[in-house]
Design a protein around this ligand. Sequence first.
Ligand code: FAD
Length: 505
Amino acid sequence: MKRDGQKTSVWQDTVRPVPYMESRGSYYDIVIIGGGITGVSTALRLQKSGKKCLLMDAHTIGFGTTAGTSAHLNTVIDTPYSEIINKHGREKAVFVAQSTKEAIAEIVANIHDYQISCDYMPHDGFMYAQTEKEGEALEKIKDAILAVGLDASDVTTVPAPFDILKAITFGGQGSFHPTKYIMGLLQAYINLGGHIREHALVQTVTENERDKLEVKTSEGQLWLTQTVVYATHTPPGIQLMNFRLAPYRSYIQVFELEDENQCPEGLVYDMQEPFHYFRTVCIAGKRYLMVGGQDHKTAHHDNEKYNFLELEAFVAAHYAVKQKKYEWSSQYYESQDSLPFIGLYPGKSHTREFIATGFGGNGMIFGTLSSVILTDFILTGDSPYKEVYAPGRIGPLSAIGELLTENMDVVKHFIKDRLRLEQIEGFVEIGNDEGKILKYQGKKIGIYKDSAGKLFAIDPVCRHAGCIVKWNNAEHSWDCPCHGARYASNGDLLNGPAVDALRKL
Ligand SMILES: Cc1cc2nc3c(=O)[nH]c(=O)nc-3n(C[C@H](O)[C@H](O)[C@H](O)COP(=O)(O)OP(=O)(O)OC[C@H]3O[C@@H](n4cnc5c(N)ncnc54)[C@H](O)[C@@H]3O)c2cc1C
């Protein structure tokens, strides 16, 4: 299975893609764009309801973050409920908590109904504080968890070898193998007659004079449909929504421990900034420790490889490690007000385009929830969650402040990255397996030299909004600091919101 980075995730390496016949149709009731957990779950629900669906992906099913996740299933989500209550009020926070429970129930029902073997395990979650300040914050988090109707209680130990000052536990969490899960859903979708088109990068969706939507790919192919669902993680093209999302990268490693019993029973979180997350992964009957963290805004770190070193050192300081089995990083998108955008695409003249994005680090949950909300919307025109997650919401005032800060950051990059360029005399100054943005013979140019010394030269202007991309030395990609578009070392497009490759020189 392929993924949008050069490192291999455990989920890519331990799954077999489902074979299928490529779609030959040209008209569908619904076109779902994006074959991650959001798109596959939504396509299955809609196909099951009797709609004729086409599921499209620019690459292959599971190419995006769904194969780069850590696959914790949480009702206690990354944004503390204390923050959600502050920003959105208690009533909405209660709705959010309910919806996370509904998402986990949907996953469990799918596993049962479609007999999906995906290592699902119910768990308790644990969160621990190591300083007085963290302890105070943890107390607030616990109060808020209780206030939204979930359970939480104090504990004196957690299933991890850390000195703790204070800790809480909460039930109703879980974990699974995300790509085995979506392959199970995909098989069910195919069995129900659902169609698939891979390697189809959607560039535009336009309404024609006969009231149909025209979905056009980079190859110039056209599909007609009644309804479109963008399950692309971030919507393609220059869209209002891109400016309400901020891209982040997070780093994961999987270790074989000297004593596999040290792998946690449960999901564990510390309270550092950024925080670490821990779980156990089973591979061929053996238990491995998965640790993640080091989150930062995409292309806002000078040396991405350093994050793996930091994470590894952190683990080695607390566990007896036998060997590191996997490491990879992946991308998620934070929304301006910490809640996802799920529902009608705002700013369109019709009500036939839908969107699901801004899941932060909880897209297993919110991607699944999107399949429920969007199916309700498409079939009945309504959803109980339409206001909480409305993509067109204005949001709280504090969120507008955050949005302005985000967009100032984009403007800063637009200007700064153009000015601060390294000048070199010749390509010999670039090491093997290294990428750089340079000025060469008066021209701005991105160079990647592969391990055999072969050069790839690109124009580093991002094809989305014109910012300058940055070399990611961990995943060997050109990443855009503004809206998170990413390109392979040769300039090919890895993920949106851009819909074109970098210009190759
Ligand atoms: C390191 C990390 C750890 C995480 N851990 C957790 C966790 O423990 N629990 C949790 O709930 N969430 C977690 N998340 C978040 C979660 O993984 C994501 O939110 C989720 O996978 C997003 O799924 P998706 O289907 O919306 O998008 P993706 O999986 O990214 O799929 C989008 C698909 O759309 C396709 N596409 C994009 N643009 C186009 C286009 N123009 N035309 C055609 N196709 C297109 C892509 O090729 C891709 O296959 C984590 C995220 C990261 C980065």
